[in-house]
Write a protein that binds this ligand. Structure first.
Ligand code: ATP
Ligand code: MG
Length: 276
């Protein structure tokens, strides 16, 4: 069942000469893990913000083409209403925090939706557990680590029981431990809770392990789309021009192709493909 359908989507920010997205077509199925790759300015954030309606509802832009998310047309419904179905996580966790305690932070979105107190308490408990922050209820959101803050942002989104999570470079401001925390929670939500995940992310090793589909953007256009195994071997040699790395094992095996039966994108595939 497709949960996101985008056809020929074109976005041009108000007053800008260039299109930030230029004829993007994409279909995402329920439960899929989709990674969006691309160089600085390629349009990753614009695509994320189009899916949650922030563009054009909060950031003014001309939008053409077709976009449908869970049967809704994002530009046509309030951002807050869509946020209950589509959770969004951004790159700077601290900017997403506004409350004095973790509990209040997670409660905020639910209160805005007018959810009753009993449900709020139940949802907070469940969502903090999902991200591994049980017991943090009375802590200050500003005095926990970046990885914990980002998991708190995820809990705030999850408390509204969304079906889709959109993460825009959620680990770019985190240390390696924080990155690992956020990736493992994201993976768990996708595999165990069945959430559809759309993530813009530079950590190609992680993408190779987790993603069902990789969408490669360049200058607002999709230049490649497919599984990590289809995409990364094609990018070797073009990394500099497209502004994206490939997994180290992919690069190594491509340079030493006589030693490998096939070109791997994950470590376990590399072990498998190595001609010992
Ligand atoms: N609010 C805005 N107003 C005007 N132009 C914008 C705005 N946000 C982005 N752009 C432009 O739209 C294009 C796509 O930017 P976008 O932020 O979507 O790229 P990105 O792939 O997320 O880049 P990055 O890796 O830097 O996050 C760029 O040319 C950028 O300068
Ligand atoms: Mg961006």
């Amino acid at each position: 069942m497709s949960v996101i359908k985008v056809e020929n989507l074109t976005v041009q920010y108000s007053g800008e000469e260039h299109k930030a997205l230029d004829g993007v077509s994409l279909e995402i199925q329920k439960g899929e893990f989709i990674a969006i790759l691309g160089a600085h300015g390629a349009g990753k954030t614009t695509l994320c913000l189009s899916l949650n309606g922030i563009v054009p509802n909060m950031i003014s832009a001309d939008m053409y083409g077709m976009i449908e998310v869970l049967g809704e047309i994002p530009p046509k419904i309030p951002v807050r209403q869509l946020a209950a179905k589509v959770g969004s996580i951004f790159d700077n966790p601290e900017f997403q925090m506004s409350q004095l305690t973790v509990f209040e932070e997670v409660a905020l979105g639910l209160q805005n939706l007018g959810v009753d107190k009993v449900t709020i308490e139940k949802n907070i408990k469940e969502s903090l557990k999902l991200v591994g922050l049980e017991g943090f209820e009375e802590r200050s959101p500003f005095e926990i680590s970046g990885g914990q803050q980002q998991r708190l942002a995820m809990a705030s989104a999850l408390a509204m029981k969304p079906e889709i999570l959109i993460l825009d470079e959620p680990t770019s401001n985190l240390d390696p431990i924080g990155k690992e925390e956020v990736f493992s929670v994201t993976r768990k939500l996708n595999l165990e809770e069945g959430l559809t995940v759309v993530i813009a992310e530079h950590e190609v090793e992680v993408i190779s392990e987790f993603a069902d589909q990789v969408v490669f953007l360049e200058n607002g256009k999709i230049i490649e789309k497919g599984t990590p195994s289809e995409i990364f071997p094609k990018i070797v040699g073009r990394q500099a021009s497209v502004g994206v790395r490939v997994p180290q094992v992919t690069e190594l095996a491509s340079n030493k192709s006589n030693l490998f039966k096939s070109i791997p994108v994950t470590l376990s595939q590399a072990v498998e493909a190595y001609k010992a």
